[in-house]
Write a protein that binds this ligand. Structure first.
Ligand code: BTN
Length: 336
């Protein structure tokens, strides 16, 4: 597991190089600013390279950071740097292979880790989806990340975090990456009817208090059509498949957290919750549609009419309103 810490020398060295753009920073400037020997700087540069960063050594001169904006490696130091102004999410843990990023954060949460830790992985061996499903998590193609939150929410309101994450991902994919992204209740993000992102929020607490919530996000980023097999050929898509463009994953992660933190911080106030729900209702493609809802093996077909104050879906079926806190929804046709 590699853990970056903003107060450490690795982060400071990276920041000095990043702030110089791709220009050379002299070894003497680095040794002076970091208060360490040339040998120690050399070692730190090696550690940054091991994270996948492209740092050039220029003999007798110094070091230069190359191709930062094209970096796809999930370098925790780069991610911390990109999150440096984020008030909620700020510290990244990277694990090359793990069962699930949700699990590592559960362990850290139980050890009293603070809000704002982000765990990301190269691949997940047991990526977890909603309702006990598996989440396809091949190495190096996609983003799998979870964040630890300690929200002052009643347990019944945790779903609102889920909705906030959905709005954040959809807006980043649509506005910054040109994906025709739609949000299906509660927070599946679809493009051309296929899934491009899934979100899972899990919480622990008492009946009246949440100790922590973990919001996990999986985005299909640079997955190619030929990487898909079985039913995912029909059901999944990626940013690359939709737009033909590869996306450097650390930057996408930081964009999502920038929007997610702004939306999640709305939940600190009652008025903010109302704003978030209004935004969600405006952004959710499920509303106004005919839907098929599967809940514990029971199937209902009806019209999605609304979202309750706790983020549950209201469906009018057979002339009666039914409220679903959690269920699988399938979009049928748009009702005009
Ligand atoms: C779903 O749509 O079913 C939710 C999928 C959530 C997947 C993400 S990937 C990162 C985090 N770790 C997991 O094991 N699951 C979530």
């Amino acid at each position: 597991m590699s853990f970056s810490d903003k107060s450490n020398s690795r982060f400071k060295l990276f920041s000095l190089l990043a702030e110089a753009g791709s220009s050379v920073v002299s070894s003497s400037a680095l040794t002076e600013k970091l208060g360490m020997s040339r040998q120690a700087v050399f070692k730190l540069v090696g550690a940054l390279r091991e994270e996948g960063l492209d740092i050039e050594s220029i003999p007798q001169k110094g070091y230069a950071l190359k191709n930062m904006d094209k970096t796809d490696a999930l370098s925790p130091t780069l991610i911390d740097y990109l999150l440096r102004d984020n008030e909620m999410f700020s510290k990244c843990v990277y694990i090359a292979e793990i069962d699930s990023t949700q699990q590592i954060l559960k362990k850290l949460a139980a050890q009293d880790a603070p809000e704002g830790i982000v765990a990301t992985a190269g691949r997940q061996t047991h990526g977890r989806g909603r309702r006990g499903r598996l989440w396809l998590s091949p190495y190096g193609k996609n983003l799998y990340f979870s964040a630890l939150l300690r929200p002052k929410l009643a347990p019944g309101d945790v779903q609102l975090l889920n909705l906030a994450a959905g709005i954040a991902v959809r807006s980043v994919l649509k506005e910054l990456h040109g994906v025709a992204a739609e949000m299906k209740w509660p927070n599946d993000i679809l493009a051309n009817g296929r899934k491009i992102c899934g979100i899972l929020s899990e919480a622990a607490g008492e009946p009246d208090r949440v100790y922590y919530a973990i919001t996990g996000i999986g985005v299909n980023v640079n997955l190619r059509r030929e990487d898909l097999s079985g039913e995912t050929v029909e059901t999944a898509t990626s940013i690359l498949i939709e737009t033909g463009k590869t996306t450097p994953r650390p930057f996408l992660l930081a964009q999502i957290y920038s929007r997610f933190s702004a939306l999640a911080s709305l939940l600190r106030e009652e008025e903010g919750k109302v704003k978030l729900l209004t935004l969600y209702r405006e952004n959710c493609a499920t509303l106004g549609r005919e839907v098929r809802v599967t809940d514990d093996n029971r199937v209902f077909v009806g019209t999605a009419k609304g979202i309750t104050e706790q983020g549950a879906l209201i469906v009018n079926a057979d002339g009666r309103d039914k409220i679903f806190a959690a269920a699988d929804v399938h979009h049928l046709r748009q009702i005009d």
